[in-house]
Ligand binder design. Structure first.
Ligand code: PGA
Length: 241
């Protein structure tokens, strides 16, 4: 639906200053040769955001964060607000990643509050949804994803300020990619509920499967974890867009 494919690299808790710089340099070197159909977003750990923003300043590569707090400021030790991310030069923020939902017990209501905070700062919220292995085995994946969509997308969300990322939990970091049919079915289902918002697929995307995933109907891009840490792999994914 979107005219450009969004290729988002989610570095998670990986990267020290030197390798981050090298990885970004490799992407910047490739950028002039990248298909015009690709829009690249890198989401490094929060401590690397400032340097990533400076390094990509005169390029088309945008920087995003992996999470934000719902409040603007205050006594929330260890957290980062959407306003701080905006101030640092971020354009995107991932919210509701399954690792946040699982390890930080974030509910869909929490996710909606974070997305709302992002919107208030004119950041684009990448809202993640996806079922577990057990939920898919029970055949409840659509029910689960629908409930997450209904509760995680705040009022005021539009195709301009919100991106949906469908990431089946069982496919994240496991090497188990959903089949093209699984992706097509779920993306069609999600499309029916979010109309024009871009919908990304995430879960073991790599250069060898990016082409078919990116060209599946209703797939507007990919959210890439492990493969975004290897410059060659990530560039291979960009080139498949
Ligand atoms: P993966 O992670 O590509 O390593 O499976 C994707 C994600 O969690 O965003």
């Amino acid at each position: 639906m979107a005219s450009q494919k969004l290729i988002v690299g989610n570095w998670k808790m990986n990267g020290l200053q030197d390798d981050a710089r090298a990885r970004i340099s490799a992407v910047l070197d490739y950028a002039p040769k990248a298909p015009s159909s690709a829009k690249v977003v890198l989401c490094p750990p929060v401590i690397l955001l400032n340097s990533a923003v400076s390094q990509t300043a005169s390029s088309s590569v945008a920087i995003g964060a992996q999470d934000c707090h719902a409040e603007k400021s205050g006594a929330y030790t260890g957290n980062t607000s959407a306003e701080m991310l905006k101030d640092a030069g971020c354009r995107y923020v991932i919210v509701g990643h399954s690792e946040r939902r699982q390890y930080h017990k974030e509910s869909s209501e929490d996710v909606a509050a974070k997305a709302k905070a992002a919107h208030e700062q004119n950041l684009i919220a990448i809202i993640c949804v996806g079922e577990t292995d057990a939920e898919r085995s029970a055949g409840t994946q659509e029910e689960i994803v629908l409930e997450q969509l209904q509760k995680s997308i705040p009022a005021g969300s539009t195709a301009e300020n919100t991106v949906i990322a469908y990431e089946p939990v069982w496919a994240i970091g496991t090497g188990k990619t959903a089949t093209v049919q699984d992706v097509a079915d779920m993306h069609r289902f999600i499309r029916g509920h979010v109309s024009a918002m871009p919908i990304l697929y995430g879960g073991s995307v790599k250069s060898s499967n990016a082409q078919e995933i990116l060209h599946t109907e209703n797939v507007d891009g990919v959210l890439v974890g492990g493969a975004s840490l290897k410059a060659d792999e990530f560039i291979g994914i960009i080139s498949a867009s």
